[in-house]
Design a protein around this ligand. Structure first.
Ligand SMILES: CC(C)(COP(=O)(O)OP(=O)(O)OC[C@H]1O[C@@H](n2cnc3c(N)ncnc32)[C@H](O)[C@@H]1OP(=O)(O)O)[C@@H](O)C(=O)NCCC(=O)NCCS
Length: 196
């Protein structure tokens, strides 16, 4: 069972609820120029309704066991939305999943994505019992490539014209990490709480 709350040294990852709609809208709107370069859903007119739909769909996906989205908050300032981190199954038979993340622009380069992704990798190879975790990163997205590199992902190859972003088909690099490659030294300290 995937816990609805995961803590790391600096952050808490929480399953979304309706009270997250406002802080999520604010964080996305404050980061649109950067998010819209790399993420298909981050369109220039993003507003409260988009965040509300996301929270609704996220609850449904969680209930069905398809995907698990977490909001990132700092222990010292839990009211401010710092970004999202998600994990979703890509193949049950192959026991593989994909991780996705974004961090609000005024908080980047502080190691947030690396720390929370490490916690989701622990979840993937621990509680979820998976064999492989993948990331798909747009070619040219150096910040995200750094996250993959710092966590020890293997660069598998390029997926041609993988996603349509702002009207343009963009090549993505596929990165993978196998359960036996995950090294404890790379892990963020994470501790999972029981389901709330
Ligand atoms: C990619 C993203 C999630 C990284 O989040 P973050 O919390 O800043 O990540 P971290 O701080 O853990 O690591 C980022 C690394 O990239 C480096 N970096 C940041 N911007 C960079 C740039 N333009 N060029 C090269 N390196 C860059 C940072 O210095 C850091 O590396 P370091 O630790 O070796 O110094 C964030 O930039 C973001 O949300 N971008 C927009 C959305 C997005 O791209 N999501 C991912 C889609 S796959």
């Amino acid at each position: 069972m995937v816990p609805s709350r995961i803590t790391t040294d600096r952050f808490v990852l929480r399953r979304f609820s309706r009270r997250d709609v406002e802080p999520l809208t604010e964080a996305v709107q404050a980061s649109l120029p950067e998010l819209s370069r790399w993420l298909p859903w981050a369109h220039p007119g993003y507003r409260r309704d988009d965040a509300a739909s996301f929270v609704r769909e996220s609850a449904q996906a969680w209930k069905e066991g398809r995907a698990f989205d977490f909001g990132i908050r700092a222990h010292h300032d839990p009211g401010r939305h710092l970004g999202n981190a998600s994990i979703w199954h890509t193949s049950r038979m192959a026991r593989s999943a994909e991780i996705g993340y974004w961090v609000r622009t005024d908080e980047t380069s502080r190691g947030i994505a690396t720390e929370v992704t490490a916690a989701l990798i622990d979840l993937a190879f621990g509680t979820m019992g998976l064999h492989k975790v993948v990331l798909r990163i747009a070619v040219g997205n150096r910040a995200s490539e750094r996250v993959a590199e710092k966590l020890g992902f293997h660069r598998d190859g390029v997926l041609r014209e993988e996603l349509l972003i702002a009207g343009r088909w963009v090549d993505h690099t596929l990165y993978s990490l196998l359960s036996h490659e995950w090294q404890p030294a790379r892990r963020a300290t994470s501790e999972t709480d029981p389901v709330a």
